[in-house]
Design a protein around this ligand. Structure first.
Ligand code: FEO
Ligand code: CA
Ligand code: CA
Length: 647
């Protein structure tokens, strides 16, 4: 996460507080208590619920591993019987001739050839179908000046980052974006292939093409790009996805932080839209040195960010493409599936308090026989926002120009305007305001869809609704969507809450984990997630830098079916200050890649905690060397002696 996000949705879309009680009581009773009753009848009579060993044997049917103890220290922990090896760290060389990482001698040029900062999404694309040789595509979401740069410290945003230099900004811009690396497993251990022809850095300056309904739109034109069809860079790429045709979808999230000049906001030609997107926020110093990030100097530049970017990692010369048909908002990820009619469906969260869940359905069918035939499939289709009704049903509301309120009279001149201002279009359609929709993944075995809602401390008691039932939702929840008839293109669906997160031992929290969950197994702030080849749900959390749970973030294995539904177990835990990202499996389920993002940050809620800086981080993971700052890294988890994960 970057700073505190703004809740910028001022609409009064239904919050349905009036109906929540009846629905929740029925559903909670149906799911939670019934499940407990069933489990209890299945378990041995002897104090089964209280005995962790018994729980391991009987409760979690889909996952087989001994859970990690929840807690907080300076290093990572993985379940017994597994190795967790650092594969690549911030600053590791990617390109032939790139220098070794030296934090005292870093420059924009060196960083451009090295692995970027704050790894988030990870995708694995097999080479020749292999699970021991492939490309890893990795997002680099953002930078943290006080942990990256010697002697700089945390800069005051209001004081315009007084000590930040153009050299710092050059490094930051090159540390953003993404990396493509070729990796191989030999003798059971993974390594990065040196001098690979695929090795590539995408940065905040990489040339990109804009395609779809917003390409060439008047609102996309700038003084540097009068075509409105080309842009330099992608920003704040959080989660993402890979596609069945071998490309990488990488999603721009908190783009508001890069833009400057609040004084110019009211005079901006799209002031209302800029406010709806929380722009400008000035969380980075870039506007000091790069005029395009000043909203007065370049009023349309901000419209060119906040998109899903498609990249072909198998062609290092390929130009990344911003696919505007998928809408512009703070994209978390792009969980996807091939629908039963052959069309491609992408589920998307807009990670902001009170923002929406989306899906995009292509017009054309995916051609698996000819991957190149899908080259522009994401340019044509229908974008929808979700409305969750109190009766457990839901509707997908089409963001189509000319339909409903999306007309020129109401401010939408064309489909380009609909996608550029997708948040406002969804406001007018009456989509349901959610508790920060993060990653969304489809379970291809069941066709159920899992939506991570990370938290929303700003929801008041009179704003709760059935799908967002807790006021001041500090710990988040997970919503499960079931498309009607298993049809992901259908306009209607059913939904229910899989689990409300937080510590079940504190009644006031209102968490609803299955009681078979041990004291180690509960979590807060679900964020990224993955569904593995066996249809099992793995949840990564982001809670350490915000509202604390008293336990470091990690990967939790969450049961979704049967009597154990809603049971959670801790599999991997990050070092202090870090957020857990990435989760990604090889197709053979023998390797689990995870991303450790921003290790070494301070506990923001502890007034006695020293500020985390380059000189004084909360951990120096993973190198633990004096003078070496903590380094965001990708970790490869494998089973000692080989074998599938948690089977
Ligand atoms: Fe970058 Fe929504 O987490
Ligand atoms: Ca997050
Ligand atoms: Ca995330």
């Amino acid at each position: 996460m970057v700073e505190e996000d703004h809740g910028s949705n001022a609409t009064d879309n239904a919050t349905m507080g009036e109906i929540i009680a009846q629905r929740l009581s029925r559903r909670d009773l149906g799911r939670g208590l019934l499940a407990v009753a069933v489990v209890q009848t299945l378990l041995p009579k002897t104090n089964a619920i209280a005995d962790p060993a018994t729980k391991r044997e009987h409760a979690t049917r889909a996952f087989d591993f001994h859970e990690v103890e929840a807690g907080s220290d300076t290093t990572h922990h993985v379940a017994e019987g597994y190795d967790a090896d650092v594969l690549i760290r911030w600053g590791d060389r990617l390109k032939p001739g790139a220098p070794e990482f030296d934090p005292q001698k870093q420059s924009g040029d060196t960083q451009a050839e090295q692995f970027g900062y704050n790894n988030d999404f990870i995708g694995y694309l097999p080479i020749d179908g292999k699970s021991d040789h492939g490309l890893l595509v990795v997002n680099h979401e953002y930078t943290i000046e006080e942990l990256m740069f010697p002697g700089l410290g945390r800069q005051d945003r209001q004081a315009n980052f007084a000590a930040t230099t153009a050299d710092h900004v050059a490094i930051e811009m090159m540390a953003h974006g993404g990396s493509v690396i070729e990796i191989k497993r030999d003798g059971g251990k993974w390594h990065v292939v040196e001098d690979s022809k695929y090795a590539r850095r995408i940065t905040a300056k990489t040339e990109m093409r804009i395609s779809g309904p917003a390409a060439g739109h008047a609102k996309m034109k700038t003084s540097a790009d009068t075509s409105g069809a080309h842009v330099f860079g992608m920003l704040n790429n959080c989660a993402g996805a890979t596609t069945p045709w071998g490309t990488w979808l990488t999603c721009e999230e908190n783009i508001n932080g890069y833009f400057w000049n609040k004084d110019a906001l009211d005079a901006h030609p799209d002031a209302a839209a800029m406010k709806r997107y929380g722009i400008p926020q000035q969380a980075f110093a870039w506007g000091k040195f790069e005029p395009r990030f000043d909203i007065a100097k370049e009023p349309n530049e901000a419209h060119r960010f906040g998109w899903v970017v498609e990249i072909d990692p198998f062609d290092p010369a390929s130009i990344p493409v911003k696919r505007t048909a998928l809408g512009r908002f703070k994209h978390e990820g792009a969980g996807n599936t091939i629908n039963k009619d052959g069309r491609f469906v992408v589920y998307q969260g807009d990670d902001e308090r009170f923002d929406y869940v989306y899906k995009f359905v292509t017009d054309a069918k995916v051609d698996l026989a000819d991957p190149k035939a899908n080259k522009d499939i994401l340019d044509h289709g229908t974008l929808y926002a979700a409305r969750f009704s109190a009766d457990g049903r839901g509707q997908w509301l089409p963001l189509v120009h000319g339909q409903g309120p999306l007309t020129p009279q109401l401010g939408f001149a064309d489909q380009g305007a609909v996608v550029i201002f997708a948040r406002q279009a969804s406001d007018m359609l009456g989509a349901t305001k959610m508790d920060r929709p993060e990653d969304i993944e489809v379970n291809p075995k069941t066709n159920k869809v899992y939506v991570m809602l990370t938290n929303n401390n700003k929801r008041s008691a009179d704003q709760v609704d059935a799908a967002n039932p807790r006021p001041e939702n500090k710990f988040g929840h997970i919503v499960e969507i079931t498309p009607d008839d298993g049809d992901h293109a259908a306009l209607t669906f059913s939904w229910e809450i899989l689990v409300k997160c937080g510590d079940p031992a504190i009644a006031a929290v209102g968490a609803t984990f299955n009681p078979l969950t041990t004291a180690n197994g509960w979590f807060g702030m679900p964020d990224n997630c993955a569904v593995d080849a066996l249809g099992r749900l793995w949840v990564a959390t982001d809670g350490n830098s915000g509202f604390r749970t008293g336990r470091n973030d990690g990967i939790w294995a969450v049961e979704t079916e049967g009597a154990a539904r809603g049971t959670s177990k801790l599999f991997f835990r990050v070092p202090v200050g870090a957020e857990m990202c990435g989760p990604c499996f090889t197709p053979d389920l023998e390797t689990f890649f995870v991303a450790v993002q921003h290790p070494g940050e301070a506990d923001e809620d502890d007034p006695n905690a020293p500020p985390a800086t380059f000189e004084n981080p909360s951990t120096r993971w993973p190198d633990f060397k004096d003078g070496m700052p903590p380094r965001p890294s990708v970790v490869a988890i494998t089973r000692k002696g080989g074998g599938k994960i948690a089977v």
